[in-house]
Design a protein around this ligand. Structure first.
Ligand code: GDP
Length: 434
């Protein structure tokens, strides 16, 4: 999918536009604290196009001077995006910072759409012509606070998407990535996996600059590791910020079927782990939790049980993910990983026959009566699986409003008890029978 970045100096209204475009997406993790707040990367749907949007302004760069920050943010946009929305503000006209950004964007070969914000009424449209001088062609007048002009802006953005996007990723191989805090052992794990008696086909550059895709064969199946851990710092200010690493991780997650989340057994679970895990879960991909550096722990069954309890307590919403304990360094127990990756991916793409599904759902309804809201009872009519990656089920009911969260959870549990689905999230949607 295409990636679009918004750049512009502080207070031109980037976050307002970002939030408008992202909209009130219903996220499966709305109940996890800290995850959905101050988002800088999100999926956007416009007509039949889906793309990812980055708010470069959300990557804090400490107390760097404004011009340095602007340069770094323009650089992020150039590195990460297919199309750049350059935002200026009609009220203040063209400032020195705008000109600085324009210069950097101009030198890159990325398509740029110039958006002039705060054009809140038609009379102000006259004033946008001065922005032609920035050299990006026609300026698009928008109003973040009134939500005006966004349609035309997005039409233009979509026109500029690279033509190959959406057809190139028809690769049969299972893609997975390895994410986690710095120093948990991501690179070591990737190396250990690639060096194990497997055929490494070749290394090809990923679609993202300096993420490396390494294809390999394991037990007769094709896999590709998307390696973001191998990326080396180039000395840019933003490269060491947590938000930027997260952005990188999110892009890798989007291209993956299965996400390996690495936790360090030596340090245990830290705050940063929780944020990373929350974002991984939100992406709706299959997940395997890897507890690395198991060589540093007295590795008896009890220790494993204790660590597992800790993970389950901290990441309640990840109850579907399997946990693997290993050492990337000594390679101990490393053979237990790939079978879990495969299991997770099989479940992620699994389809359940409608008749079998309905037997399970109807048994569930018989077992636990549907809820009643203000005297009206939920009626479950039938269910069908409408998608894979992740498995998504639509339950047709008399009135979706009556489908309480807890009842949905109950149905999910019954589906899991009947079919397993280890390693993958599943989604249940309630629809009115038409
Ligand atoms: P990354 O930043 O997540 O890619 O982490 P690295 O793979 O660079 O590893 C960070 C440090 O942890 C290095 O010094 C590794 O040698 C060490 N390390 C990685 N895996 C293990 C492990 O399984 N056991 C131990 N004891 N150390 C490990």
């Amino acid at each position: 999918k295409a990636v679009v970045a918004i750049v512009g100096r502080p207070n031109v209204g980037k976050s307002t536009i970002f939030n408008r475009l992202v909209g009130e997406r219903i996220s499966i993790v709305d109940d996890i604290p800290g995850v959905t707040r101050d988002r800088i990367y999100s999926k956007v749907e416009w007509l039949s196009n889906e793309f990812h949007l980055i708010d470069t302004g959300g990557i804090e760069l400490g107390d760097e001077p404004l011009l340095v920050q602007m340069r770094e943010q323009a650089d992020i946009a150039i590195n990460e995006a297919d199309v750049i929305i350059f935002m200026v503000n009609v009220r203040e006209g063209i400032t020195a910072a705008d000109e600085e950004v324009a210069k950097i964007l101009y030198k890159s070969n990325k398509p740029v759409v110039l958006a002039v914000n705060k054009v809140d009424n038609p009379e102000m449209r006259e004033e946008i012509y001065e922005f032609y001088s920035l050299g990006f062609g026609e300026p698009y007048p928008i109003s973040g606070s009134h939500g005006l002009g966004l349609g035309d802006l997005l039409d233009r953005v979509v026109e500029l998407f690279p033509k190959h996007i959406g057809i190139s990723e028809e690769d049969e191989a299972l893609h997975f990535c390895v994410i986690g805090r710095p120093n948990v052992g991501k690179s070591s794990l990737v190396n250990a996996l690639l060096q194990q008696d497997r055929v490494i086909v070749s290394n090809i550059a990923g679609t993202t600059r300096d993420a490396v895709d390494s294809p390999f064969v394991y037990d007769g199946d094709d896999y590709v590791i998307i390696d973001t851990a191998g990326m080396r710092k180039r000395g840019k200010i933003y490269e060491s910020t947590e938000k930027y690493s997260l952005l990188r991780a999110m892009k890798a997650i989007d291209r993956s079927d299965v996400v390996l989340i690495v936790i360090d057994a030596e340090t245990g679970i830290l705050e940063q782990d929780k944020r990373i895990v929350g974002h991984a879960h939100e992406a709706g991909k299959a997940i395997v939790i890897v507890v690395n550096k198991w060589d540093t722990v007295d590795s008896d069954q009890q220790a494993m049980k204790n660590f597992e309890d800790e993970i389950r307590a901290q990441f309640v919403f990840l109850d579907y993910a399997q946990i693997v304990f290993l050492s990337a360094l000594t390679k101990k127990r490393i053979h237990t990983l790939m079978p879990q990756v495969r299991l997770a991916s099989e479940n992620y793409t699994r389809r359940i026959e409608t008749s079998v599904l309905n037997d399970v759902i109807m048994d569930a309804v018989a077992l636990n009566p549907t809820p009643t809201v203000r005297g009206r009872r939920l009626k479950v009519l039938y269910a069908t699986q409408v998608a894979v990656k992740p498995p998504t089920f639509v339950v047709f009911v008399n009135d979706p409003e009556l489908m309480h969260f807890s009842y949905k959870r109950f149905l999910e549990n019954r589906i899991r008890e009947a079919f397993g689905f280890e390693g993958t999230p599943i989604k249940i949607l309630a629809r009115k029978r038409s």
